[in-house]
Design a protein around this ligand. Structure first.
Ligand code: ZN
Length: 299
């Protein structure tokens, strides 16, 4: 069996960008920790020779340009996670355009040319109500988006969306547009007894026992690549604890941090990974050759 190459992604934001914390009363000048929080992960990727995709919040890149030059020089993909980490459902079209314009300038200035080709909406906020963002992403030259969460969760989700990467329709985010210009790499869910269960990132990865994660992801790899996503703040024990969260919110934000890096190490040992852009190129080539095969046989 050919080994499937999966996408390893990191959403690079400060601890105070996380949705459940953002809504709370924060210190006037919250302390930045992204550099120290990312170090162990960067070392682990280097040690295992894995290149990943870093979806970066523009504000963070502006404050730490040297960090992102280094990430870029190590061969990782630098992609866009907005400028301010505001979810799409709090923005207008003009505000997203302004953020993407600022991000493109910053990318060019910090990384010495080129442009980002991948986008992930903060808080997986692309859904039917915010699909106006799709033409905006195309206008800014993005080749792919990775914001659809194809399951229902308390904060976000598009339960009926496809599970494998697809060309997303601007008229209905759950539909495929056969020759559409923008690819979507949805977050990975596995299907158990008809239920869609997220397993490969954030709180889900922290909470599931690793041996189940591995079994579920091996199952996903029978038919498609998966995407892992982690945040620096959830792999770091120094992340400040904020008061006033409900028990559920506390669990989603803080539980399992101690074991987070160990799970990442296990994933890197058990599966093959590449930046999302490359995983999608391979997938698109496979889909195209299947289609031309079908056309040639009149199907
Ligand atoms: Zn984020």
């Amino acid at each position: 069996m050919v080994q499937v190459i999966n996408a390893f992604t990191v959403d690079v934001e400060e601890w105070y960008h996380a949705e459940l914390i953002r809504q709370r009363q924060l210190p006037v000048e919250p302390r930045d920790q992204v550099e120290e929080a990312l170090e162990p992960l960067l070392a682990m990727l280097e040690e295992t020779g894995v290149r990943a995709t870093f979806f970066v919040v523009g504000e963070v890149m502006r404050k730490h340009p040297a960090l992102f030059r280094r990430i870029h020089d190590l061969g990782h993909e630098v992609a866009c996670h907005g400028m301010s980490h505001r979810p799409l459902w709090t923005m207008s079209e003009a505000e997203l355009e302004r953020e993407l314009g600022e991000f493109a300038d910053l990318y060019d200035r910090v990384l010495g040319g080129g442009r980002p080709t991948g986008f992930r909406a903060p808080t997986f906020s692309l859904n039917q109500d915010t699909r106006w963002a799709i033409p905006v992403l195309r206008e800014f030259g993005y080749a792919y988006d990775s914001s659809i969460f194809p399951a229902r969760t308390p904060l976000y989700g598009v339960p009926g969306a496809p599970l494998a990467p697809y060309r997303i329709s601007a008229a209905d985010v759950r539909r495929e547009e056969p020759r559409g210009p923008l690819w979507e790499f949805p977050m990975t869910v596995c299907t158990v007894a008809g239920l869609r269960l997220p397993v490969s990132g954030g709180a889900y990865l922290r909470l599931w026992p690793y041996r189940l994660v591995r079994r579920f992801l091996r199952d996903v790899n029978r038919t498609r690549p998966f995407a892992v996503y982690v945040h620096p703040w959830e792999l770091y024990e120094g992340t400040p604890k904020i008061k006033g969260l409900t028990p559920m919110e506390r669990m989603a934000t803080y539980w399992g941090r101690r074991g987070g890096l160990g799970k990442v190490r296990a994933l890197l040992r058990d599966f093959a990974f590449a930046p999302m852009r490359e995983v999608l190129q391979t997938w698109a080539a496979r889909v195209n050759s299947n289609n031309s095969h079908k056309e040639a046989h009149g199907a």
